[in-house]
Design a protein around this ligand. Structure first.
Ligand code: SAH
Ligand code: SF4
Length: 389
């Protein structure tokens, strides 16, 4: 008998792969395109996980599909909700081809005008940025396109965003979406999983399915320079760069990849990012680390570095994790820094931190079992997030 894990998972196949797969369920070639299109809509527009519910398809074909295909979702092993509405899920992926099971985390941040979903592209990371908890975990493997898309599907299940769920919700948003934005800012370096990320974004932005807007989808990279232009051409999302420092000396330590692709080369790749304009700016992420990268001189250098690049700056308060030597900059220091960036022509709305009580940041969930000290907890509470645009 075929077991669940031996069935072909459909989530993560491109449209043409899905069409080819139809033959496995005995669909004749001439019908494959139409059937694939129906199945696509059931999976990605309606969120169906049971072939029996695909009512536009004949019963016997539904039964054959259920025998050979799987729509299994990753299992939610932890679900957390912050007092501010931020939600976080730890997902256990179905066993992979090596029989291994891995967990990934997904964070949903609701705001007045948007809902942002933060997803992962790898299990662990190879890049070992010194302030990042994920960097302390070795890379286990790239996530497949299906595993990346599944994070969005599970989040849609949980926030109840499928059409049948929205229809029953008198408070459903007029846009029909709770998740308006997706950011690849969870675990891993998306440009080291180029193909998986590319296919996942292609699926998630398909207009007949999840239909996310590419302008509301952001890929964050620590600076894999040779892949940046290709990402613009072939993936076409918005780009965020984890800059975090204004000199190579400091960035070499914070983001060791800088030794390979230093700041000048990185910013040159940014200037050449396909589709860049004032309406499509690059976001520069800058984590505020006490005494490391947060001086007024850093702010002045930052403004100079970004000259002539359509840019937004995202000042991220450092989110401490057990065992780290870094501390988040003081509030006043962040204000001075923001003010300099501000005066250089960037508006800077100040945002309060989100989900600090559930450790909603890169690589944080798995560290939760190790208790934070009182000092670390206080640091969570004083931290803030500033976005300049
Ligand atoms: N690997 C990619 C995307 C994942 S990290 C990248 O580095 O861009 C997403 C963002 O979270 C990055 O800007 C990263 O530097 C930041 N980050 C990582 N650990 C953090 C921490 N402890 N506190 C605040 N920001 C952190
Ligand atoms: Fe990897 Fe990004 Fe963390 Fe650096 S900041 S270790 S690139 S996940």
């Amino acid at each position: 008998m075929t077991t669940q894990t031996q069935k072909l998972p459909l989530v993560g196949l491109t449209r043409s792969e899905l069409q080819e797969a139809m033959a496995l369920a005995g669909v004749p070639d001439r019908q494959a395109r139409m059937r694939a299109s129906q199945v696509w809509s059931w999976i990605y527009h309606h969120g169906i996980t049971d072939f029996a519910e695909m009512t536009t398809i004949a019963k016997d074909l539904r039964a054959r599909m259920a025998q050979v295909f799987s729509l299994e979702r990753p299992e939610i092993i932890t679900a957390l909700k912050s007092t501010d509405g931020t939600r976080k899920w730890l997902l256990r992926l179905p066993k992979d081809e090596f029989g291994k099971q891995h967990d990934v985390e997904v964070v949903y941040i609701p705001e007045a005008d948007r809902g942002t979903l933060c997803i992962s592209s790898q299990v662990g990371c190879t890049l070992a940025c010194t302030f990042c908890h994920t960097g302390t975990q070795t890379l286990v493997r790239n996530l497949t396109a299906g595993e990346i898309v599944a994070q969005i599907l599970v989040a849609r299940d949980e926030v109840k965003e499928w059409p049948s769920q929205l229809a029953q919700n008198p408070n459903a948003p007029a846009s029909g979406r709770f998740i308006t934005n997706v950011v690849l800012m969870g675990m891993g370096e998306p440009l080291y999983n180029f193909d998986g990320v590319k296919t996942a974004i292609e699926i998630a932005t398909d207009p007949e399915g999840i239909a996310l807007s590419k302008r509301r989808t952001t890929l964050s990279t620590s600076g894999v320079v040779p892949e940046i232009a290709r990402a613009g051409d072939e993936i076409g999302t918005m780009l965020a760069i984890s800059l975090h420092a204004t000199t190579d000396e400091v960035r070499d330590v914070l983001v060791p990849l800088n030794k390979k692709y230093p700041i000048t080369e990185l910013l040159e790749a940014c200037r050449n990012y396909p589709g860049l304009s004032n309406a499509r700016r690059i976001t520069f992420e800058y984590v505020m680390l006490k005494g490391i990268n947060d001086s007024p001189q850093d702010a002045i250098r930052l403004v100079k570095l970004l000259k002539n690049i359509p840019a937004k700056v995202n000042l991220i308060p450092f989110n401490p994790w057990p065992g780290t030597d870094y501390e988040c900059s003081d509030w006043e220091t962040i204000e001075v820094f923001a003010e300099i960036v501000n005066k250089a022509g960037y508006a800077s709305p100040v945002r309060t931190p989100r989900g600090r009580d559930i450790f909603a940041a890169c690589g944080q969930l798995k560290s939760e079992s190790k208790r934070l000290t009182g000092k670390e907890k206080r640091a969570h509470n004083v931290a803030l997030e500033i976005t300049t645009s």
